[in-house]
Design a protein around this ligand. Structure first.
Ligand SMILES: [Zn+2]
Ligand SMILES: [Zn+2]
Length: 260
C-alpha cells in the first residue's frame, strides 16, 4: 500500500498549482560531494564597515540615523524605479518592442515600483530569532506600514494587489518560535531568504497568509543542497517529506541554543 512517508510521490501545491517530487526513500543515501565547514557565526554588536548599522554611511552616500529600533528606508539600488508621469500603465495590454511595434517574438512590459529596506534591529549581530517579541512586533508593524503605503499608491495607479495583514502579537510569537527552532536545528544561525504571501487572494481560495523560508541547506549544517539538471528541467525534488520536516522542528528545544 502507498505510504507517503516512505514511497516516492508527487506532492501538489494548491497555492501555485505546481508539483514537487518527494523521494523519502533517498534520505539515507551516502554523500561523497562537497562538505561545507560548519561554524558558528560570531558577529560584532556594531560593525563600522556595515552599510546598515546605525550612524554609518550607506552605499548611496546617505548616513543612517542613530536608530534604536526597526527602521525602513528606500533601497539604494532598487530593482525597479517609481513610475514617472510619462511611463505607461503596468497593466497596459500592448507589448513593447524596441521599435514600439508589437511583435510575437519580442514582448515586454514596463515595470515600475518601489523598493524599501527594513533594518530589523540596530544590533548588527541579532537576527529575528534572537529578538524579543516586542522587537519582532516592531518589524511586523514596519512591514504593515509598507504594505499600507504601497497599497494606497497601487489604488491610485489603478491596479495591483496589496492585502494589509493585521498587526498581531501572535504572529511575532509564531515567527520567534519557528526561527528559534531553525537555529537550534544545526545549532548555528540558520541562513534563509524569507518572503510573505498574504491572504486572501480573490482568484485562489486556497490562499492564506504564509511565510516562505528558503534555506541554502538541506541535509545538514555541512551538506548543501544543489539544484541539478532534473530539477532545472523537470520539476522540484526533495527527499524530506514536509511531515517529517515539521516533526523534526517540533521536537527541537524551545529555547535558543545561544541562550539555553
Ligand atoms: Zn550592521
Ligand atoms: Zn507562497
Amino acid at each position: 500500500m502507498f505510504d507517503a512517508a516512505n514511497d516516492a510521490h508527487r506532492r501538489y501545491n494548491p497555492l501555485n498549482g505546481t508539483h514537487v517530487l518527494v523521494s523519502p526513500h533517498r534520505m539515507n543515501r551516502p554523500w561523497n560531494g562537497q562538505v561545507e565547514e560548519a561554524r558558528g557565526v560570531d558577529l560584532p554588536v556594531y560593525d563600522p564597515s556595515c552599510h546598515l548599522c546605525p550612524g554609518n554611511k550607506r552605499v548611496g552616500g546617505e548616513v543612517n540615523p542613530p536608530y534604536s529600533g526597526t527602521i525602513s528606508f528606500p533601497n539604494d539600488y532598487p530593482a525597479v524605479l517609481p513610475p514617472s508621469p510619462l511611463s505607461p500603465s503596468p497593466l497596459s495590454p500592448s507589448p513593447l518592442t524596441p521599435s514600439q511595434k508589437p511583435h510575437a517574438l519580442f514582448a515586454a512590459h514596463p515595470v515600475s515600483g518601489r523598493c524599501r529596506v527594513v533594518c530589523f534591529h540596530p544590533r548588527h549581530d541579532l537576527t529575528l530569532s534572537r529578538m524579543s517579541i516586542p522587537e519582532i512586533e516592531a518589524v511586523i508593524r514596519a512591514w504593515r506600514d509598507i504594505y499600507h503605503e504601497q497599497g494606497k499608491m497601487l489604488l491610485h495607479s489603478g491596479g495591483g494587489y496589496v492585502q494589509i495583514f493585521e498587526e498581531d502579537a501572535g504572529l511575532a510569537t509564531v515567527l520567534k518560535s519557528l526561527l528559534v527552532a531553525y537555529d537550534n536545528l544545526f545549532t548555528t544561525p540558520f541562513p534563509y531568504s524569507m518572503g510573505i504571501h498574504q491572504s486572501p487572494h480573490p482568484l485562489n481560495p486556497a490562499s492564506h497568509l504564509h511565510f516562505h523560508f528558503y534555506p541554502p541547506l538541506l541535509r545538514s549544517a555541512s551538506v548543501r543542497k544543489f539544484v541539478v539538471g532534473f530539477e532545472m528541467l523537470a520539476e522540484a525534488q526533495r527527499d524530506l517529506t514536509p511531515e517529517a520536516a515539521a516533526e523534526q522542528l517540533r521536537a527541537l528545544p524551545k529555547t535558543h541554543y545561544a541562550e539555553g
